[in-house]
Design a protein around this ligand. Structure first.
Ligand SMILES: [Zn+2]
Length: 238
């Protein structure tokens, strides 16, 4: 991949900051290392393991890679790590509350999801809602429904063929850092939402990496992007 976590990302100044190969080269030189691979390493934003750097013949060819055969979701974009993990502590009382939230804020949920998934088609959003329903996402005892867009995006791989007017050129997948094994793990540490990474793939090659802002500011914006008919459609499938 072309970007990886800053070697000093445990320092709050560099928290969740990505660095590309040329920035990494500069940093290694500043730290006094001629060989970038001897300098403190960058880390994979998903599995948190150290990454190596391959310089490449041109600047565009330089990339970070996993120097082992261990599993990392970024190596297997077809895998949905959270699928099949149904809530371990379903709480029927909160289900209604969470669903009501989604129902009331459907427009905003759509707007935020569309913001972070390039060329999101309404049909894809409907699929996400169906999948969230099937997996009982709303019944997680500690779910904070404000974070629903950041749960929805992990439910599907976003393919070019399914995108709005087929304008998406790459395939996009969303992953939480590897320590998150089920959705329950996401809201256990209240106040500290886990790192969400968006990765794009060209066929099977990892292209770009981006850390997604998981703030809830989107709720303060007024949007009415969906027509009445579309809203009814969304509410029917959720
Ligand atoms: Zn990894």
């Amino acid at each position: 991949m072309h970007k990886a976590l800053h070697p000093q990302h445990s320092n709050p100044t560099y928290k969740n900051q990505l660095i590309d190969c040329s920035e990494f080269k500069k940093l290694a030189t500043q730290l006094g290392f001629q060989d970038m691979n001897l300098s403190p390493s960058t880390q994979c934003p998903v599995c948190n393991r150290d990454m190596k750097v391959k310089a490449g013949h041109t600047k565009a060819n330089a990339h970070f890679y996993h120097n082992d055969s261990q599993f990392c979701p970024t190596k297997d974009p077809a895998a949905r790590p959270y699928r099949g993990l149904t809530p371990t502590r379903p709480d029927p009382q909160t289900v209604e509350q969470n669903r009501n939230f989604a129902d009331l804020n459907m427009d905003k949920l759509w707007a935020r999801t569309k913001d972070i998934v390039p060329f999101l088609d309404l049909k894809e959003f409907l699929k996400l809602l169906k999948e969230a329903n099937r997996l009982n996402v709303y019944s997680y005892a500690n779910l904070k429904p404000q974070y629903l867009p950041y749960v929805y995006v992990t439910l599907l791989n976003f393919l070019p063929s399914q995108s709005y007017k087929k304008r998406r050129k790459l395939k996009f997948c969303f992953f939480y850092e590897d320590s998150v094994k089920s959705y329950d793990d996401l809201w256990i540490n209240a106040g500290q939402f886990s790192r969400l990474t968006r990765i794009s793939y060209d066929k099977t090659k990892t292209k770009a990496v981006r850390i997604i802002d998981t703030s809830t500011n989107y709720l303060n914006t007024n949007t009415s992007l969906l027509s009445e008919a579309q809203l009814v459609w969304c509410r029917c499938v959720m």
